[in-house]
Design a protein around this ligand. Structure first.
Ligand code: CUA
Length: 321
C-alpha cells in the first residue's frame, strides 16, 4: 500500500504539477480534478459492490422489473445527471481562465517558435523588450498573456499556475493567470509540434512585486560591456562567427531576430528552452552540437571553433547578466 501511494503522490509535487497549485486558475483546476477523482472512486466502488452482490451474494435470477430499473437508473439517469453537474462545474471555471485581465494588469506577449519561447515585456515608457524561455511574474497580481505562434500550433501551459491555451498560427489567443505563491515553476508546450516538442519548456519565477520591478528594469537595459580580456575577445568571436545574424545582444551590432535574444543570457536559469541548466559546460555542449540536445534545432553546431575561441565565447555569453 505504501509504495504505490508514494509512487502516485510523488508526481503531485514539484515545479510542474497541476496538483500543487500556486495560482488561482490552478487551484480551481485542482479542485475539479479532486472532485472528479473522488467521485469516480466512489462510483467504481458502487459498481464493484453491485457486481460482487449479484455474482457472489445473490447469484440467482432477479425480478425483471427491478433489473430494468437498475439498468435505466444506473446506466442512463445517474450518468446523465452526474455528467451534467460536472459539465456545469467545468464551464463555470472556464471564463476566469480566458477572460481579459483587469485594466492596468501586466501584459506579457509569448510567441511559440519551434522549439523555444519568445517572451516580450512592456516597459513603463510604453516600449517593449524581448527575452527568451523565461517568464517572471509579480506574486498576487493578475497577468494577461497574449499568445501567438510563429509556425505551428503550440500549447502554452504553466501547470502550477493555471490552465493551458493553444498558440495558433495567424491568431492571437489569451490566457489570464493569477499567481499567488512566490516560487520557481516550469512551463511546457502542451501541443505536439515536432521533433523537439518535449524540449520546449521555460522557467517561470513568481517573485514579490519589488523584486520583479528590479528584475524588469535590469532586463530592459542593454547588455553590459564585456568585462575582462577573455570576455572582450569572446564578443569579437561572437560577431566574427556570425552569431549576430540570428541572435540579438541589445546595445551591440548583433541584431538578428530569428533566434532567442541573448542580451541577458547569463542571468537565465536554463539554456535551450529548459533543456539544460545554465552552466559554462552546458553552454559549450549547446554551441558545439545543439542537435544532440534538441533534435532538428535550427541552430547549426559550431564545432569548428577552436578551444580558445570557444572558451572566450562562453566567458562573454555567461557575462551577459
Ligand atoms: Cu511547441 Cu509542442
Amino acid at each position: 500500500m505504501v509504495l504505490p501511494a508514494v509512487v502516485v503522490c510523488g508526481g503531485c509535487q514539484g515545479p510542474q504539477s497541476a496538483l500543487s497549485p500556486a495560482g488561482e486558475g490552478a487551484e480551481q483546476i485542482a479542485a475539479l480534478f479532486w472532485a472528479m477523482a473522488i467521485g469516480a472512486g466512489m462510483i467504481w466502488l458502487i459498481v464493484i459492490g453491485l457486481a460482487v452482490y449479484v455474482l457472489r451474494i445473490a447469484p440467482y435470477p432477479h425480478d425483471t422489473r427491478s433489473s430494468r430499473q437498475w439498468v435505466i437508473g444506473g446506466g442512463v439517469v445517474v450518468p446523465t445527471l452526474l455528467l451534467t453537474i460536472l459539465l456545469m462545474f467545468g464551464l463555470a471555471i472556464l471564463p476566469a481562465l480566458v477572460r481579459p485581465a483587469p485594466g492596468g494588469s501586466l501584459h506579457v506577449e509569448a510567441v511559440g517558435v519551434r522549439w523555444w519561447w519568445r517572451i516580450i515585456y512592456p516597459t513603463p515608457d510604453g516600449g517593449s523588450f524581448e527575452l527568451a524561455n523565461e517568464v517572471r511574474l509579480p506574486a498576487g497580481e493578475p497577468v494577461q498573456f497574449d499568445l501567438r505562434s510563429a509556425d505551428v500550433i503550440h500549447g502554452f501551459w504553466i501547470p502550477s499556475l493555471g490552465g493551458k491555451v493553444d498558440m495558433i498560427p495567424g491568431r492571437q489567443t489569451r490566457l489570464t493567470l493569477w499567481p499567488t505563491t512566490v516560487g520557481t515553476y516550469r512551463g511546457v508546450c502542451a501541443e505536439y509540434c515536432g521533433a523537439s516538442h518535449a524540449k520546449m519548456a521555460f522557467d517561470v519565477v513568481v517573485m514579490p512585486r519589488a523584486e520583479f520591478d528590479t528584475w524588469l528594469r535590469q532586463q530592459a537595459q542593454d547588455a553590459v560591456d564585456p568585462s575582462g580580456s577573455e570576455a572582450r575577445r569572446g564578443s569579437e568571436v561572437f560577431l566574427k562567427s556570425g552569431c549576430g545574424a540570428c541572435h540579438s545582444v541589445r546595445g551591440t551590432p548583433a541584431d538578428g531576430s530569428i533566434a532567442p535574444d541573448l542580451t541577458h543570457l547569463g542571468s537565465r536559469r536554463s539554456l535551450a528552452a529548459g533543456s539544460l541548466e545554465n552552466s559554462p559546460d552546458n553552454l559549450r555542449r549547446w554551441i558545439t552540437d545543439p542537435q544532440s540536445i534538441k533534435p532538428m534545432a535550427v541552430m547549426p553546431g559550431f564545432h569548428t571553433l577552436s578551444d580558445a575561441d570557444l572558451a572566450s565565447l562562453i566567458a562573454y555569453l555567461q557575462g551577459l547578466e
